[in-house]
Write a protein that binds this ligand. Structure first.
Ligand code: PLP
Length: 428
């Protein structure tokens, strides 16, 4: 780092790399909004009174402290229900989507055990679904993990063929958290209801970002969480259908019978108020925000594609979340790429499981090789990103990829027209 001198005196690594930082852009830049989001100040403002003045326990039935808390909780229930086309009574509060997924899947599996023991999910679900299914396999349930096509979507025919008379539940997410593809949820819901199977969906990445309607999509249970929609961490909800059919879920946390006996525990009133407010804002601003994020996403994509070759998008763009862009930069070493753009917070195609760096199981499910998976980046644009940030990130990635490729013998060979698949490599 001895030559880290810059003309304008800036000391950031960006200046070292020679990419000018546009006015108004502060480093590091957060572009990882599928992992979590910054809380909207309007959400914080709504929550504040419920930490101090209005601190009652929503389950206290005999004084005004309790009534006020309960009233706030009921308002939040209505705000959440409105966003997904449900009714207030169908909303159960939880600690987040991991708990909601556990509650829905285990709760339905237990409750409907006499009807059957077969569950269907898909390979690219979030671990909160996959690990829950794996756990159920240990206690006698059978789970089918549907593959996805190269575009990231399931084949509805595969689902049709997988349903048996033992099938009690299908759990397939609406939008994927890595590659942003939106599954054909309406078709899935319709098929499930025709076959008398319950349909749970992990709606975390979709709710508040794209229109979700539990009736049009024939969803029986839906998980959501506040911190992915500019609300606080540690609070979420599970929608549980009450009519056509009335879904029953066995409680996974016992003690007191809160939430109509489905989830005991004193309610996190400030968090719930925050989740409600976040849903209200998402509903009001979804259309304009989706337009803005789509434009930013496309701007980023076009900039990268017009300066770099051998890059590709993962997951179909035909059915895609507005703020998601997952791209592979072939012939670039993944870790070096991430190091090179260390003033930008994004996610890579590598998942840190235990001590080893494993390639993302989602990208592998699309058919990507380990190297290409490792050299992939998930850009997650959100409410607080700006065009200037997009421009800086694009310039930075282009610069780093070009520099790394200058050092890559593979890239040189490809440019010279050598077919890498025909090369016989020496000793392994
Ligand atoms: C973040 C996320 C979860 C987990 O939600 P928590 O509230 O953090 O437990 C589950 N599913 C998907 C698709 C997610 O993106």
């Amino acid at each position: 780092m001895s030559t880290a001198t810059t003309t304008n005196g800036a000391s950031s690594s960006a200046a070292i790399a020679g990419i000018p930082v546009p006015a108004g852009v502060k480093l590091p830049i957060y572009m990882d909004n599928h992992a979590t989001t910054r809380m909207d100040p309007r959400v914080l403002e709504a929550m504040m009174p419920y930490f101090t003045e209005t601190f009652g326990n929503a389950a206290s039935r005999n004084h005004s402290f309790g009534w006020e808390a309960e009233q706030a909780v009921e308002q939040a229930r209505a705000q959440i229900a409105k966003l997904i086309g449900a009714t207030s009574k169908e909303i159960i509060f939880t600690s987040g989507a991991t708990e909601s997924n556990n509650l829905a899947i285990k709760g339905i599996a237990e409750m409907y055990r006499e009807r059957g023991n077969h569950i269907i999910t898909q390979a690219t679900e979030h671990k909160a679904v996959l690990d829950t299914c794996k756990r159920l396999e240990k206690s006698g349930y059978q789970v089918t993990y549907l593959p996805v096509k190269a575009d990231g979507l399931i084949d509805i025919e595969d689902l049709k063929n997988a349903i048996t008379d033992k099938t009690i539940l299908v759990t397939i997410m609406i939008a994927n958290n890595e590659i942003g593809v939106v599954q054909p949820v309406e078709e899935i819901g319709k098929l499930c209801h025709e076959r008398g199977v319950l349909f749970h969906t992990d709606g975390v990445q979709a709710v508040g970002k794209i229109p979700v309607d539990v009736n049009a999509m024939q969803i029986d249970a839906l998980s959501l969480t506040a911190h992915k929609i500019y609300g606080p961490k540690g609070v979420g909800a599970l929608y549980v259908r009450r009519r056509n059919p009335r879904v029953q879920i066995s409680e996974q946390i016992n003690g007191g019978g809160h939430e109509r006996g489905m989830r005991s525990g004193t309610l996190n009133v400030p968090g719930i108020v925050g989740l409600g407010k976040a849903c209200e804002l998402a509903g009001e601003e979804m259309e304009s925000e989706a337009k803005r994020l789509t434009a930013m996403r496309d701007r980023l994509k076009h900039k990268l594609e017009s300066s770099l070759d051998y890059i590709h998008v993962n997951g179909t763009m035909e059915r895609h979340l507005p703020g998601n862009l997952n791209m592979s930069f072939v012939y670039v070493e993944g870790e070096s790429l991430l190091m090179g753009i260390n003033d930008v917070a994004v996610s890579s195609g590598s998942a840190c499981t235990s001590a080893t760096l494993e390639p993302s199981y989602v990208l592998k499910a699309l058919g990507l090789g380990d190297d290409v998976a490792h050299s992939s980046i998930r850009f997650g644009l959100g409410r607080f990103n700006t065009d200037a940030e997009v421009d800086y990130v694009a310039d930075k990635v282009i610069d780093v990829v070009q520099k790394l490729r200058e050092l890559s013998p593979l890239y040189e060979m490809v440019k010279e027209g050598i077919d890498l698949t025909k090369i016989e490599w020496a000793a392994h």
